[in-house]
Design a binder for this molecule. Structure first.
Ligand SMILES: [Zn+2]
Length: 307
């Protein structure tokens, strides 16, 4: 079966036949390890960003769009900024800005301790039509997962069950980051009869109990493919899996984009940005790649300026 060849770095939609509930499972291996080790994040920051990446993939999987779905957190806590995004064709990237000393002093590694007061915004950037605003959630709860659950509860459009785990797993070549998540959603009920309503509620409760039995170890287990994980959790519910979307690390930065950005600065401001070698170096915060501009290259940028 070609659909089961991809075992990792994937987003796989599924349906539970008994209840007709739909969900998505996300498993991240090499992709998340690449994002989190590129910046060598402290452990609690890595876990938090990992959770945001899984959230980005699971939420993106629920939407029809042609472009980029992104989650952005701004807070007054030790982690002041976090970004994670996922394109419709599965390219993902993420970044966290944090204060080392404040992270070390934070009372615990829970989201509440690391993020303080803040907001989680989600946006869909459509390739064709420009940006379409989606929503903002006040940060609350011990984890980002809690925060999203609260959002869905308040929005009353969808009932959402969500379970996410992020961990470092010992592999042959050292500890590697892995993450997994399952999201199950149920549309707001149309006006139905009481009997049907009761049945839907029973289905939902039973499914949430089963989802609740998923352990963190199972969610990040590199030897447990997503289909087997689903079967293990929901075998009496009739699991039907659909073709997965392969996820990969992908940054959209380019020298051209950096040039466009630098052209907006007047020459004297570019001079202020120069490093000890006299170059302006712009580092992409997502992939940590440096774009270096020497005097001749900077002069060319300005030569191309209109006027
Ligand atoms: Zn980049």
């Amino acid at each position: 079966m070609s659909a089961s060849v991809i075992a990792d770095n994937l987003l796989r939609p599924f349906q539970l036949e008994r209840s007709a509930l739909r969900g998505r499972v996300v498993r991240l291996g090499g992709l998340i390890d690449r994002v989190l080790t590129r910046h060598d994040y402290p452990d609690p920051v890595g876990r938090l960003l990992g959770e945001l990446l899984v959230l980005a993939a699971t939420l993106a999987g629920a939407l029809k769009f042609n472009g980029t779905f992104s989650l952005q957190i701004r807070s007054d806590g030790p982690v002041s900024l976090m970004l994670a995004d996922c394109t419709n064709d599965g390219a993902m990237r993420g970044y966290a800005r944090y204060d080392d000393a404040r992270v070390a002093e934070a009372p615990g590694s829970a989201a509440g301790a690391l993020l303080g007061n803040g907001r989680l915004a989600f946006t869909v950037d459509q390739n064709q039509s420009g940006q379409a605003y989606q929503g903002i959630v006040e940060l609350s709860g011990a984890t980002l997962t809690d925060c999203m659950q609260t959002y869905f509860r308040q929005s009353e459009q969808l009932r959402t069950g969500l379970k996410i785990a992020v961990d470092r797993i010992e592999a042959d070549d050292g500890a590697r980051w892995r993450a997994g998540g399952i999201m199950i959603q149920r549309l707001a009920d149309e006006a139905g009869d009481a009997w049907r309503e009761e049945q839907l509620d029973d289905d939902w409760l039973r499914t949430m109990l089963l989802l609740g039995t998923a352990t963190d170890a199972e969610l990040v287990d590199p030897h447990l493919p997503s289909e087997r994980l689903l079967l293990h959790l929901f075998h009496e519910e009739g699991v039907r899996v659909f073709t997965p979307l392969a996820l990969r690390f992908g940054c959209r930065c380019s020298r051209e984009r950096v040039e466009t950005m630098l052209r907006r600065f007047p020459e004297h401001e570019l001079d202020d940005m120069k490093d000890d070698d006299g170059d302006v170096v712009v580092t992409c915060q997502f992939c940590n790649v440096d774009f270096r501009f020497d005097d001749a290259q900077l002069a060319r940028l300005h030569a191309r300026l209109p006027n």
